[in-house]
Design a protein around this ligand. Structure first.
Ligand code: KG4
Ligand code: ZN
Length: 340
């Protein structure tokens, strides 16, 4: 199965084989293009996907050591994401399917993330609770099987990754801020600042990160010296306190979701699941309740073609495929997907 991911600022292409696993996986990141603007410029993203996707398809076939005639299906990300960027992968994916005369499937980007831990040697067993934490989504989902998704809670405003990126910007770090904030936080002292754990005092499994972001902005303004600079240690301490607030908020909600569903397995997926502090805290929390935590290796936490190839392969093997339409939808609910 060929998988194509172009929903945002990474062009990812991979080949997954149901018997032998992942055969090859190529990724091209557009970070260099968008960094100077401090965020993704959708039109530039679309144009760059046009330049990179087909050469990556050729490269991935070469690396997998197979020819196009051995591809039995094509999966592409059909949404959610930036519409122009999605249309590039969708048009190419659908066209390749037609040209090669193989079934084609438009895959839900968050289902791709959700299933990425399945690419690991020790995959989780259904049912489980999934915490999806990316640049665009923060969701808790009860997963009974592929396509059997029940949304338990989600962010009412900013996504966790978005909060990391915005705080990174406030601290003068490069785009995307998440990994840079995490790196800086390691140098920060614990407990120097105390940021809110939003919506943890009331029942429910929804999130809100925009108040936390404002709190960080106000603290930075308070801490600037007379020349408008932030002391290097204070900067690291703020990064640490922010990360602690996000991680403990996510951890509280994950434990609540497990209690509510009576499940013992938690998976974390999406870009923020690469965060080492989040993994460590959730690992400890799961140990306490006798549960188990699963996640993908870091390169399959952020956007990649492998997760799309895997998800497409599972659906294709269950007999699903699309008709001739080119599917691209910027918004798309996970719960609307068919179960397999
Ligand atoms: O899943 P992803 O690659 O793209 C979306 O589907 O949005 O997630 C990207 C997000 C960005 O906000 C990025 O800053 C964040 O994941 N991220 C991290 C880390 N690595 C990536 N956030 C915190 N800690 C990290 N180590
Ligand atoms: Zn993503």
């Amino acid at each position: 199965m060929l998988g194509i991911e172009t929903s945002c600022d990474e062009t990812g292409v991979a080949v997954y084989d149901s018997e032998n696993g992942l055969l090859a996986d190529c990724l091209y990141s557009q970070i260099g293009i968008h960094a100077k603007y401090g965020g993704v410029i959708p039109e530039l993203a679309s144009r760059d996907h046009i330049r990179k996707t087909l050469p990556l398809v050729q490269q991935v076939l070469l690396e997998a050591g197979i020819t196009q005639s051995e591809i039995e299906g094509v999966a592409y990300t059909a949404g959610p994401g930036l519409i122009g960027a999605l249309l590039v992968g969708a048009s190419l994916g659908r066209s390749l399917g037609l040209a090669w005369n193989v079934p084609t499937l438009g895959v839900h980007h968050m289902e791709g993330h959700l299933l990425a831990p399945m690419l690991e040697k020790n995959p989780p067993q259904f049912p489980f609770v999934a915490l999806l934490v990316s640049g665009g989504h923060t969701q808790l989902v009860q997963v009974d099987g592929i396509g059997s998704y029940r949304l338990l809670g989600e962010s009412l405003d900013d996504a966790a990754g978005e909060a990391f990126d915005k705080v990174g910007k406030m601290l003068g770090l490069p785009y995307p801020g998440g990994p840079h904030v995490a790196k800086l936080a390691v140098e920060g002292k614990e407990g120097q600042f105390d940021f809110p754990r939003p919506m943890t005092n009331r029942p429910g499994l929804d999130f809100s990160f925009s108040g936390l972001k404002t709190s960080v902005r106000n603290t930075i303004a308070d801490q600037l010296d007379e020349t408008g600079n932030l002391d290097a240690q204070v900067r690291a301490d703020i990064a640490r306190a922010f990360e602690d607030a996000v991680v403990s908020t996510l951890s509280i909600k994950c434990r609540r979701a497990l209690e509510q569903t009576g499940l013992q397995t938690l998976i974390i997926a999406g870009g923020v699941s690469a965060n080492l502090h989040l993994r460590e805290i959730l690992e400890q929390a799961m140990e306490k309740v006798g549960g188990k935590l699963f996640y993908a290796q870091p390169k399959y936490c952020t956007d990649n073609g492998a997760m799309i190839a895997y998800a497409g392969c599972q659906r294709l093997m269950a007999g699903q495929k699309d008709d001739l339409e080119i599917k691209a939808q910027p918004r798309w609910s996970l719960e609307s997907l068919p179960a397999i």
